[in-house]
Design a binder for this molecule. Structure first.
Ligand SMILES: Cc1cc2nc3c(=O)[nH]c(=O)nc-3n(C[C@H](O)[C@H](O)[C@H](O)COP(=O)(O)O)c2cc1C
Length: 154
């Protein structure tokens, strides 16, 4: 099944897993990279005026660099990201809005600072035309690969 792994990572945890996943399941990889990279100050959420808080609570779009080529060819899209405010970061929502997800199988994997996956999937669904089939909090590359292979085989 032609598979794309598209991920956003601000601090590297999700990136490490996403790269190993793509490599081990033979998927293409796309980095969801904001036009303006996040500095440490931008993501210091304890500061009410930090960029991450303004984006979240202002419900702002976060423009992404580049586009996935031939997006229509992918049958399975695995979206990876850190949990921010118990959901996908705004930049992931912005990325999703740019594409036509009809007919695709889509699933999400996330890393977190301790929260579970919660309602991440339900919150993401409106941006992908309601096709997200699963969302999973992951800690190791092995569990991520097992999960992805099952989705590819289903
Ligand atoms: C702006 C911001 C919001 C976050 N919100 C949550 C949260 O709601 N729950 C949680 O468990 N972790 C939260 N975290 C922690 C990240 O999910 C966690 O550190 C993640 O593994 C980082 O992934 P990355 O290294 O790929 O960026 C937040 C981190 C940031 C920077």
């Amino acid at each position: 099944m032609k598979t794309l792994v598209a991920y956003f990572s601000a601090e590297g945890a999700t990136e490490k897993l996403a790269k190993e996943l793509a490599d081990r399941i033979g998927a293409d990889l796309f980095v969801i990279e904001p036009e303006r990279p996040y500095t440490a100050e931008d993501i210091s959420y304890m500061n009410p005026m930090a960029r991450c808080n303004r984006e979240k609570f202002g419900n702002k779009d976060v423009p992404v660099i580049g586009r996935v080529e031939n997006f229509e060819d992918y049958e399975l899209v695995l979206l990876g990201f850190p949990i921010w405010y118990r959901a996908a970061p705004n930049v992931v929502n912005t990325f999703c809005k740019e594409y036509d997800w009809r007919g695709k199988k889509t699933a999400a994997f996330a890393t977190s600072g301790g929260d579970g996956i919660g309602k991440t999937m339900e919150k993401l669904q409106p941006y992908t035309c309601g096709t997200v089939v699963d969302a999973k909090l992951v800690r190791t590359a092995d569990e991520l690969v097992d999960w992805a292979k099952k989705l590819q085989d289903a």
